[in-house]
Design a protein around this ligand. Structure first.
Ligand code: HEM
Ligand SMILES: [Cu+2]
Length: 542
């Protein structure tokens, strides 16, 4: 890959890691606060727990992910199609817009003018720069996807009969899904939040805004997750010394996320008034359909890893698991990510169940769940990817593979303890998004004490892991002098791409199915909410 293109990809990763550095640093503070240790008074730039929580949510879950994904999928597309990006200039334009957006939103949050938490629910009203900034971030991702689609189209013209390589295929699926899904957020931002924050309208409708938010807010989890799947399917089997079990099965699982990920967002609004119960039930049922591609993924990955373990000499039934290259930090991080993700998937089934959701809704259980999924399944995978990708891009060896291995282990152990604590606290009814240490009613709940200690202890172990990661990246960039010899891992498959039917690449079919299902799932509810539009004035409560 050309130097110019490597630089573009690298700069995506630098912004990503920068955002994680600031955003995730808030996490241990929150965890310790829940345990009764308040360190906020020592952080001069934070006016409140909630300002820190807004920074934590936005920078981790919106900025770290978006920049890492944009850089990684740009890399994957160009590397697996074996051709340069359609336009470097367009690539930098996208990066520039996204970065300007992050600076604007970041400024508003750091000056305590947008303490609205990452969901940005009205009637909470932040500074216009915050909403403009996040909108630019989304527009930037559309330009990134345009660049990848155009790159692929050039490739397709020259290779009319070949199957798209799996890596590039996964990148395209991710962005097709995301471009459709992000429309909800764009509409909410442009028609509701920005006018509210500028004061050009008297107010906005909170329930309608939430419906648009979750139209994007559920599928966004697959925008985070599919790039991790791209690595698990098309790279990890090779890194582990084996082959992908089935390329067509992997493709089908990826594709099913296009139609099935969008019409399920109302499952985040089970307790919202003003939305008909029947539609909540429809979305709950559709949510369980997403279980199928997830089960296919679990099956394919286990089969591929078993294949790798056997290629490394395993004989017994479970021997293969221990024969995997656990000493390779990139592999270990991603295997741990898969295990934590599977646990998070289990608590997700509870969230999706209409009646069980009522028990855990808005409790600490929910952040417990998504720290196992996006906070580990995705984040730890991205960390594992960066252990080979950053040496590849910069030509510098990893500063300390041993420290990287310790990093993967500590994230795994820390998250197990933290996740246990959070789920447990949630079951006991402790609310999320609450400064628990300052809540007087918490003293009436001695049963919250032990799980809170688990949260705090897990949070401290996670802090160690986070800083090991950050030190590794900085030290690799500045102190590692030895040149790196890195190959891009590209797994072969036992059953190869030639077995995949060609209609897998009829994009119109998949987009049509997604638009149709999304319309069925949403139009009645949106029409209903629009006809009962009730504006509420924006508020600043912090
Ligand atoms: C260093 C490790 C981390 C620790 C100790 C940590 C801790 C926490 C805690 C205790 C909360 C709950 C706060 C509350 O409900 O009041 C929280 C919320 C959250 N965390 Fe983390 N976290 C960490 C890393 C991450 C990562 C890597 C991500 C995502 C990539 C993430 C995303 C979130 C989000 C989206 C919220 C919800 C914010 C909200 O409710 O507005 N965290 N975190
Ligand atoms: Cu969801």
């Amino acid at each position: 890959m050309s130097l110019a293109q490597r630089r573009l990809v690298s700069w995506h990763l630098y912004v990503a890691v920068g955002a994680l550095a600031l955003g995730a640093s808030m996490g241990p503070l929150q965890a310790l606060e829940h345990m009764g240790i308040d360190l906020y008074r020592y952080v001069p730039f934070l006016a409140s727990y909630y300002q820190g929580l807004s920074l934590h949510g936005v920078l981790n879950v919106l900025v770290w992910t978006t920049f890492f994904i944009s850089g990684f999928l740009t890399f994957v597309t160009s590397a697996t199609l074996r051709r340069p990006l359609y336009s470097l200039r367009l690539g930098w334009l996208a990066w520039g817009l996204m970065t300007v957006g992050v600076v604007m939103a970041g400024w508003a949050m750091l000056t305590n003018q947008a303490t609205v938490l990452f969901t940005s629910y009205p009637p909470l009203k932040g500074h216009p720069a915050y909403y403009f900034g996040l909108t630019l971030l989304v527009v930037g991702t559309w330009l990134v996807s345009a660049n990848l689609f155009l790159t692929w189209r050039q490739w397709r013209r020259e290779h009319p009969t070949e199957r798209t390589p799996l890596g590039a295929f996964g990148a395209l699926v991710t962005f097709v899904m995301w471009d459709l899904a992000s429309v909800g957020l764009a509409v909410e931002s442009l028609l509701m939040l920005i006018p509210m924050s500028l004061g050009t309208v008297e107010g906005t409708d909170p329930v309608l805004a939430r419906a648009f938010f979750w139209f994007t807010g559920h599928p966004i989890v697959y925008f985070w997750l599919l790039p991790a799947y791209v690595s698990w399917y098309s790279m990890v089997p090779k890194q582990a010394g084996g082959k992908l079990f089935s390329d067509p099965l992997a493709r089908l699982a990826l594709l099913l996320f296009i139609p099935f990920s969008i019409p399920v967002g109302l499952h985040h609004q089970f307790t919202d008034p003003g939305i008909a119960q029947g539609w909540k039930m429809v979305h709950a049922a559709l949510t369980f359909v997403v279980f199928f591609p997830s089960a296919m993924t679990a099956f394919t990955l286990l089969a591929s890893l078993e294949n790798a373990g056997r290629a490394r000499g395993a004989r017994g039934w479970f021997d293969w698991f221990f024969r995997l290259p656990w000493r390779d930090p990139s592999v270990a991080a991603q295997l741990f990510a898969m295990i934590l993700f599977a646990l998070g998937g289990i608590s997700g089934i509870i969230n999706a169940s209409y009646n069980l959701n009522l028990m855990v809704h808005n409790t600490a259980w929910v952040p417990g769940h998504f720290h196992l999924t996006v906070g580990s399944g995705v984040t730890l995978t991205f960390m594992g990817i960066s252990y080979w990708l950053i040496p590849y891009l910069t030509g510098r060896r990893l500063w300390s593979p041993k420290a990287a291995l310790v990093q993967a282990w500590t994230w795994f152990i820390g998250m197990l303890i933290f996740g246990r604590g959070m789920h447990w606290l949630g079951l006991l009814g402790a609310p999320r998004r609450t400064m628990l240490g300052a809540a007087t009613y918490a003293q009436l709940r001695p049963d919250w004490a032990l799980p809170s200690v688990l949260v705090g202890v897990g949070g401290v172990i996670l802090a160690v892991s986070l800083y090991l990661y950050l030190v590794q990246i900085v030290a690799t960039l500045f102190f590692s002098r030895e040149p790196a010899q890195v190959e891009v891992p590209e797994a072969e498959a036992v059953s190869g791409p030639e077995h995949a039917p060609f209609w897998f690449e009829r994009w119109r079919l998949w987009v049509g199915a997604a638009v149709g299902l999304a319309a069925l799932g949403y139009v009645p509810t949106l029409v209903d909410l629009l006809t009962r539009f009730t504006p509420v004035p924006g508020l600043r409560v912090w």
